[in-house]
Structure formats: C-alpha cells, structure tokens
Design a protein around this ligand. Structure first.
Ligand code: ACO
Length: 429
C-alpha cells in the first residue's frame, strides 16, 4: 500500500501513504488543497498527524508506551530520570562517562541568576506556582542567548527545578534553599523543596525513588496538547525558553496536566461529602451535571494508561513504606472499581489516567496540591525539549499554520457609526 485514492469534485487524486515503524498509517495530504481546493477538518486533531517523530511511541488500544523504543515498564524499573532525559533528548542511552558528564553539567547549571530571585518578590504569596514557573522560564531568555542552544537545554533542565522549588518556598514564606552540588538531580529537588536553613535535612530514600519514578513516567507523551504547543510556538523560531514556557501554560489546564490537582480536590470533596463516591459516579454519568471524574479518560489510551498501572502499585508501596494511611486513596480505589464496572465508563473506554494516582503519591510525599502540575512540568521538560529539538533540527520545518472553514457572515459593507446610529433611531421610532 503506497497511495490512497480520494474522489472529490469529480476528480481522483492520489494521497501518498506514510508508514510508521509500527505500521501506523498516515495519509499525506500535502497536495490536497493545491489540487482540489479542499482542506481537512478535524477539530481537536483526533485524526491529524502534525509531524513524524522518532521519540515516543504510543499504542492507545493496547496500552503501550515506549521512549525511543524502550517500554515504559522497563525504563521505570531500571533507569534514573537524568538517564531518561539523555535518552529522550539525544536519542540513545548514555554510557557511564556520558551520563556522568551530563549529570555534572546539570548539577553545575542549577543556580539561577541572583537578579531573578527578585522576581519572586513581585508575585503575591497566593500566586499559583504554574504562573510563576511559566513566567520565570520565559524570563530565562532575557539572560541567555538563543544561539547557545546546547547549553540552554542543560540550563533549562537544571534551573527549572530551582525555580519550581523557589516558587514553593515563596508560597509558604520560607527562605529559598540553594541547590547543593553533592546531591543528585532528584535529591536536589527534594532538598530545595523541603530543607530549611535552621536544621539539617537528609533526603529520604523512599521519596527520592518515588520522585524519580514520577518524573520518568511524565517525561514524554508524543503530540499531546502541551507538546504540540511547544512545537507550534517553536515553529515560528521562537527560542527554547519561550517555546517551553508556552508548553507549561498549556499543561496547566485541568483537561491536561492540571488534572492531577483537580483529582485530589475532587477526592477531598467526596471525602467531606461523607465519602459517597457512588453519588459522584452518578453525577459523572449525567451530562447535565457538567461534572467529570477527574483523572479518567484519555484521548489516546482506550485500554488502560500503562503509567497509571505503574503508579497505582507505587502508590501502595510508598504509602506503606511512609506509614501514611490516606482516606483519599481508599476513595480513589472505590471510585476506580465502580467506574470500571459501570457500562457508561466501559462503553466509552474511560480508564484511570496517569493523573489519577500521581496526586495521591505527591500528597503522601508532602508536596502541596498546587505544586502537582509543576511537578508534572518538571517531568515533562525532557520530552518538550526533545520534541522542540527534533523539530528545529529537521531541515525544511515550516511554521505551523492550520487553516479553517469560515462560518461567519458573508461579505457585507461597513457603515460609519453615525449612519448606524441613525438607522437604530429609525428602527426604534
Ligand atoms: N468523566 C465522565 N465522562 C467522561 C470523562 C470523564 N472523565 N471523560 C470523557 N467522558 C465522556 C464524554 O462525556 C463523552 O461522552 P459521549 O460520547 O456520551 O458524549 C465521551 O466520554 C468521550 O469524551 P471526550 O470529551 O470526547 O474525549 P476526549 O478525548 O476529547 O477528552 C479528556 C479526553 C480531556 C482526557 C477527557 O476524558 C476528560 O475530560 N477527562 C478528565 C480530565 C483528565 O483527567 N485529564 C487528564 C488527561 S491525561 C493528561 O493530560 C496527562
């Protein structure tokens, strides 16, 4: 199979077929408009491939996720987040020397310019940390030249966690904790979040392991809303920091990364309402209620989200190890059980997604609810960077510029305000 035929307006045209590694089929419609005058219409892009990419493979029907060909289950079991960053961005696993060098660079670029610390003073204490993160990441472009692309990748990966931690410290009114060069990437993040200058802080191993897992599971997810935003903005040749800042804003929405915060808020509401989860399942099924079960459903996964499976197990293990018993976890499990046995959810293939269990874990780790989406953003950074780099490295990348089908008024003629007023007076009279 190498071409598809389309019959339109009395004409036959041939659409070349592009096959992916896993035999995914794409119709190349590059010549559609020039040869027929028609465009495709696909709101929400459910059927539209915007690029070819060698980074991440997802088979939503079979619940498969692979980074650069490696199954997520194997990566989650054996890799470090820094290794995954290298893999996603440079396309292969590092050897020991490469990993050490990469790790060292990440360590030595984690300080932010002292002037940037003053920015934090300008935000109100109630500022959402996603607002701070996106603004500060865009601001990095004021300090570093666009041409230093390789170094900017390192700077961004490294400084974003410092910015994220400072935004948390600002919200709780604690002094900023500087990164320490003797700590690993994830240890440093935990240190900057939870240490205070008044006493020593030993990073608990269980938190370090859980954070490593969470960051890895969020590291890339091919052409989702925020990644497509990064590519869209980057296609205008906007710099790396500006493009990723736009992705952070896209991630913030409750239908995307913001869902992890909403899941916990929903579970908390259910708990305060006597833990009657059945009532909320009924509400989710009633279209007039406007209520959705947060953390359920996915545009791509129609079987299960493999990340949710891993996180569910990890949540159990981490909570046991920390000795935390969280009533919200019980509600979450009940909700999942009811929803998965109910025909409404079965017919629509609505399974728990990654956000359903990540919130429980973040909560057990002592990370406040408003920081959940920030943690997601830190995890997604290597994916956004890899996708941005893949796009900008590809010769012939064009600016992303979708078309539309216009449904507004046909041509009409402008009347000056005085004439419109006169017409209105006549109508009233
Ligand atoms: N609760 C109840 N019903 C739902 C839910 C839900 N969470 N999700 C989808 N549905 C229903 C819809 O009402 C619709 O029903 P219908 O066919 O009878 O009209 C059907 O399932 C399909 O839903 P769509 O909105 O068309 O699915 P879409 O692919 O556009 O949206 C999305 C996917 C945004 C994830 C959606 O499932 C949702 O809103 N989920 C809750 C928010 C959430 O958890 N987002 C995180 C996603 S994962 C991530 O970004 C990291």
């Amino acid at each position: 199979m190498s071409v598809a035929k389309l019959h339109l307006n009395g004409r036959d045209i041939e659409l070349p077929v592009t096959l992916g590694t896993e035999r995914e089929v794409g119709l190349d419609i590059g010549a559609l408009r020039s040869s027929t005058g028609a465009i495709t219409l696909d709101p929400g892009y459910g059927n539209t491939g915007a690029c070819t990419s060698a980074i991440t493979f997802i088979d939503g029907e079979r619940g498969i996720l692979r980074y650069r060909g490696y199954p997520i289950e194997e990566i989650a079991e054996g890799a470090s987040f820094v290794e995954v960053c290298f893999l996603l961005i440079y396309g292969r696993l590092p050897n020991r020397a490469e990993l050490d060098e990469f790790d060292e660079k990440l360590t030595y670029h984690s300080l932010i310019h002292e002037d940037m610390k003053k920015f934090f003073e300008g935000f109100p204490p109630s500022a959402h940390p996603m607002a701070i993160l996106s603004a500060m990441v865009a601001s990095l472009s004021a300090y570093y030249k666009q041409s230093d692309e390789d170094l900017n990748i390192i700077r961004l990966l490294s400084k974003a966690k410092t910015i994220a931690s400072f935004s948390y410290k600002k919200s709780v009114g604690q002094p900023f904790m500087y990164p320490r060069n003797d700590l690993s990437y994830t240890e440093n993040l935990l240190h900057m979040l939870f240490a205070v200058p008044a006493e020593p802080y030993q990073v608990p191993k269980v938190l370090d392991r859980a954070l490593n897992l969470l960051l890895i599971l969020h590291a890339d997810h091919e052409q989702n809303c925020s990644t497509s935003t990064v590519r869209m903005v980057g296609s205008s040749q906007a710099n790396l920091f500006a493009s990723i800042s736009a992705g952070i804003c896209a991630l913030w929405g409750p239908l995307h990364g913001g869902a992890n915060q909403r899941v916990i808020e929903m579970l908390e509401t259910i708990r305060q309402d006597g833990s009657d989860y059945q009532k909320y399942v009924r509400m989710a099924k009633d279209k007039d209620s406007g209520f959705r079960l947060m953390g359920f459903g996915h545009r791509v996964y129609k079987n299960f989200d493999p990340r949710a499976k891993i996180l569910k197990r990890a949540a159990d293990e981490v909570l046991t190890e920390l000795g935390v018993s969280d009533p919200l976890l019980d509600i979450a499990k009940n909700l999942e059980e009811v929803a998965l046995s109910d025909p409404f959810f079965i017919e629509r293939k609505l399974y728990p997604n990654v956000d359903f269990y990540s919130g429980i874990l973040y909560r057990a780790m002592g990370i406040p609810t408003e920081m959940f989406t920030v943690m997601f953003a830190l995890g997604r950074l290597p994916g956004w960077i890899a996708q941005w780099k893949e796009m900008t490295d590809e010769p012939g990348t064009r600016i992303a510029r979708p078309r539309q089908i216009y449904t507004g008024a046909p041509e009409r003629h402008f009347e000056p305000l005085a004439v419109r007023e006169k017409t209105a007076e006549l109508v009233l009279a």
